[in-house]
Design a protein around this ligand. Structure first.
Ligand SMILES: Cc1cc2nc3c(=O)[nH]c(=O)nc-3n(C[C@H](O)[C@H](O)[C@H](O)COP(=O)(O)OP(=O)(O)OC[C@H]3O[C@@H](n4cnc5c(N)ncnc54)[C@H](O)[C@@H]3O)c2cc1C
Length: 354
């Protein structure tokens, strides 16, 4: 067991109140390097539990008033520039096992979706190919009901395990997950630790062919090498978000280095030095313009967490300040490929969002 580090930190830092753990605790841990957007401030405390028991014991002993946030590989997250107060939990090695048994797969919540798809392929389990195109973890897919190309997690989930904020172990049946489009109604504060998924018998070669198809389609239609967060907004009932955004003239719109992708205009990208505030302000500007042109209110699909460094620009008046339109410009050169905090999974994007 390791107690929380106590050296060279200001008196009263939250980390000094942390229970002893077997995993890793760090103070003021930078989050930007582990997010797809590469923006955002630090986690006040970062906890990487050794395993599910470590996580449960930690949460049971953690004072109830300390806020807890869980992140996967942050492919659907915009971390604000002021960072995340409280404890941010990131599941690691103790949660990455994937086991095939017949047509069933048991996967830890930190397992990458792509790795789950590959294990399914090798075991001749069909129906999970869509996961190969979602660059997140099973934990993120459970929370978001991740999906692409006409399938979503709800189609393959049998059950999920989790730990509640007070440390209790929970198990959710499929019905208990309350899945709707890109959403699960499972309590917001529970941390998923694993899932049981089911597919049907398939030929590994045929499954591999479908996975390659998914990968090609994404490379063709999406900014797969950019610093992005995937689809920014949910598709409103009866509409495609990208079409509304295009119609509102937002393709290529930018604030500083934050830009609406020229390639797929439901993606925001960081061309280098964008801040979270600029990305968020750009998203809000897109929402405003779409409402103006179509009367539709776009709902953020990307989760925004943490606190702002300084207030964002006021809505309405003055919002166009600093907003540039770059018609058909290739986003200021090609952004460098993402360095990989994600263990080398294929960088793909979500044209499969139906
Ligand atoms: C290029 C690109 C393409 C994408 N394509 C698709 C696509 O086709 N389809 C699609 O659905 N999404 C897509 N996304 C979005 C994203 O990959 C998915 O939403 C993914 O499921 C998020 O997983 P994550 O591990 O990165 O979660 P994060 O982004 O880290 O977190 C997302 C949410 O899940 C919660 N969460 C994460 N782990 C856990 C856990 N263990 N327990 C409880 N809550 C947890 C977080 O608190 C947060 O609310 C894309 C993103 C990018 C960057």
């Amino acid at each position: 067991m390791t107690a929380a580090p106590r050296m060279s930190l200001p008196d009263g830092h939250l980390i000094q109140r942390m229970p002893a753990v077997r995993g890793r605790l760090s103070a003021d841990a930078p989050l930007a390097p582990v997010t797809w957007f590469r923006v955002g401030g630090p986690a006040e405390v970062m906890f990487r539990p050794a395993d599910a028991d470590d996580l449960a014991d930690f949460l049971a002993a953690l004072p109830a008033e300390v806020p807890v946030t869980v992140i996967g590989v942050a492919s659907n997250l915009l971390v604000r520039d002021g960072g995340v107060p409280g404890v941010t939990i990131r599941l690691g090695r103790g949660f990455t096992d994937i086991l095939a048994d017949g047509m069933t797969l048991t996967a830890g919540a930190a397992a990458l979706d792509l790795n789950v798809a590959m294990v399914a392929r090798d075991a001749g389990i069909a129906g999970l190919e869509f996961l190969s195109g979602i660059p997140g973890t099973i934990g993120g897919a459970l929370r978001m009901n991740g999906g692409a190309y006409g399938r979503e997690l709800a189609d393959v989930l049998v059950s999920a395990t989790a730990v509640a904020r007070d440390g209790r172990r929970l198990e959710f049946s499929h019905a208990g997950m309350g899945f709707t489009y890109r959403h699960s109604a499972a309590p917001e504060d529970c941390i998923f630790t694993g899932a049981v998924l089911r597919g049907e018998p398939g030929n590994p070669l045929e499954i591999a062919r479908r996975m390659a198809e998914i990968s090609d389609k994404r490379a063709d239609s999406q900014p797969v090498r950019s610093r992005t967060g995937g689809s920014t907004f949910k598709n409103p009932e009866g509409h495609k978000a990208w079409e509304l955004i295009d119609k509102a003239g937002c393709r290529g719109l930018s604030i500083g280095d934050a830009q609406v992708s020229e390639k797929h205009c439901n993606f925001l990208i960081n061309n280098g030095t964008a801040t979270a505030a600029q990305l968020e302000a750009l998203g809000e500007e897109v929402r405003r313009r779409v409402f103006e042109t179509s009367g539709v209110t776009l709902e953020w699909e990307i989760k925004r967490i943490g606190v702002e460094l300084s207030p964002s620009p006021p809505r309405g008046e003055g919002r166009d300040e600093g907003v540039r339109r770059q018609p058909n410009a290739p986003a200021g050169g090609s952004p460098s490929p993402q360095p990989s905090p994600r263990g080398g999974e294929g960088e793909t994007a979500d044209g499969g969002h139906a």
